[in-house]
Design a protein. Sequence first.
Lengths: 227, 400
Amino acid sequence: MPTTPAIQLKDIVKVYKDGTLEVPVLHAITATVHKGELVAIMGPSGSGKSTLMNLLGLLDRPTSGELWLDGEKVELSMSDNKLAALRAARVGFVFQSFNLLPRLTALANVLMPAQYSHKGDAKERAKELLEKLGLKDRLHHVPGKLSGGEKQRVAIARALINNPDIILADEPTGNLDSKAGDEVMKILIGLKNEGKTLLIVTHDQRVADQCDRIIRIFDGTIEVKHG
Amino acid sequence: MGEYISSAFASIWGNKVRSLLTMLGVVIGVTSVTTLVAMGQGLKNDVSGLIQGLGSNVIAVTSGKVDPSAGAAPNPASFISTDILTPSDVSAIKGLSGVADVSPMSLVATAYKVGTKTATPTIAGTYPNILQVLTVLNLKEGRMFTADETAVTVLPEETATQLFGTASPIGQQVLAGTTELTVVGVSHQNSTSSIFGSTLGTIALIPFDEATVLNKGKVGINRIIVKATAPETVAATKTAIHNTLLAQHNGTEDFSVLTQSDILGLFDTFLNLATAMISAIAAISLIVGGIGIMNIMLVTVTERTREIGLRKAVGATRGAILVQFLTEAIIVTLVGGLIGLAISLSIGAVVAAKTPLHPDFTPAVLATAFGISIFIGAVFGIWPAMRAARKDPIEALRYE
């Protein structure tokens, strides 16, 4: 069982303000995800899982509470630019709808985040990643020429280009047939075995069953079950 | 930066027709600005060449007030007035120190006829010393008339050929109105110069008093041409002439004393004014082009909201997004500017081949084209780029 906490949430509260109306979305969430864990996040629509993912992905700031990544506290007062740099280094995103840029080739899509992290030899690494994910012959194809499964594999390679510790996947198999979905899950499990920490938002019990454990969210509160 | 530029080109290439239409305004604006400025520059070069041909120690006195430094366009009518400058002005100038020679010029509006042939040189009554004053004018054949001769003329080369062909005109008669003049010499011009708007190469010289006769007894002086003793004394001599004439004219400044640099300055003023007016018109097309750029960039930013969200999610800062979209706008206008410049250079080549104008594409003209393009892109691209940079990544990723 992995023991190093990759992510620690302490009393995380998120309240959205709509004019004068305050809408609480997350109520004092406390949770720990260990390094090398593959965790499913499940819950009905509007339960707050997207908000939680946004906070973990450093796209948003909690209203209060503490967020620790790899034993380092993420300060609420951190500037947007610092947050962006932290995001580029620590977190990789995989989306349900792939979010590939249609004009760019598979290789260029994978390389895109490296533009902001300024890491050297990104091109070689991007090629290696695409080859590893079975896309050796697809390097110079634009997304329009790729199947859904291939697109998601390109997106996974993109999430890995900056070598982050944490991968956040939002319904990664949601737009795929079961065969392509199984392939993607196989890749994600492979990443976990390499020591990455993965959080997957899903509605699919079959996907959740392949994870180490499931975090269920109802009405902005968390219920932890060990799988 | 390389990524931003290649990404900008990819985006432009991805929307070829739209990009082309977007840059059309800039293309037209840059084409018109560079073409017109280059033509103005060419004209300036030609005119400067003409005026410099006069010689640097020549001073011209004209009727009418012209102030080359004021920048206002003088009334052209005042130049032709013959009532203002008088023979006593000529004598007064002649007495000044620093003046080597003085020659008045009195124009006669008539044509020269020999049999059925007619020529229309600019006929100017002057003193024999005009050849010492205007050193660019030389005798090719025959001699200059003397101070006591009447009914004689020195023909310009061009007119001599028109009236007499290859035969020598010396000793022949030409008819000016009803007066018969004997040709005593033929003049030749060393370099292209102009003093009445026409080149010296077409000025027929006659004795000053003969001009008075031909003008039906009216003594009219259009110009007084003065030669200073040396180029260094021109400025002091100019002041002395000015003060003398002011006294002669009882304090009324109804004349102008112009040196070569004054005349150059005067043309510069005219040309700069024309260039400014043309540039103002071209600026309108550039502004319209710029608004087109802004419009399309706003559409682009909206269309690419998800891309912006994605880029921010993978670590792009606001600054990075701003630079990306600003670069794109600048690349669009820069490409438009380069196309405009290419069209402008082609127009310039055609103009140079088909007309007497010689458009001059100086480095400054080329730099202006580049500068304008980048400026338009930056000015009209900044707002859309700021909108892109300000987008919230979560909202942007959710955008359908």
